[in-house]
Design a protein around this ligand. Sequence first.
Ligand SMILES: [Zn+2]
Length: 202
Amino acid sequence: MKRVIRYMFIFLGALIAGVYLHEVGHAVAGWVEGVAVVPTPAKEYVLQSQLDWSKYVWVALGGVIGTTVAVLAAGAHFSRKPCFDREAILAGSLVPVGLYALRFLLVGRGHDDTEWQAAQTALGLAAAGHAIDVFFLCLFIVGVIVWGVRLRPRWSSLLRLVPLAVGGTVLLVALQLGNNAVFDRMFPVVTVVNVPAGLDPR
Ligand SMILES: [Zn+2]
């Protein structure tokens, strides 16, 4: 039982850390572009009422890089010495990526608004394409394969993935709602970005 509780705490910590790294990525990219951005645990706040698309694309890309770094670091850490603690870290870091992938498969876009489209623009890719969606889908699959190959789990332990996926989703939603409840009062919520015409903000 103690082991399960320890696993849950590490999983939760890794999930929160991974999401925060995404927001820090947004903020750092903003600072480089001369935009004041505050990273809170589950949302970045741009301290401007208007933000030019040419700067927003980098802020958006920063979040993608933050999430990628979190997953790669957790994957490398686990791969070097597979154990339950490190598995919990990898699993926690994969929750947001798994939900991006799921949202992509269900709705057609992994992130709401135009965050992925903007990040693709920064990379010189087609804004309306799905490069980031496909990238995160592949990252999630690779993460699961690394877990499977390094741990060689018994089929019964695959059942562990079900509560992790469900619990992780609930935790992520709770984190987002809690974050909004606390920080939406402190920072501007709406920043107008001059999104190019023709982009589907789905
Ligand atoms: Zn973001």
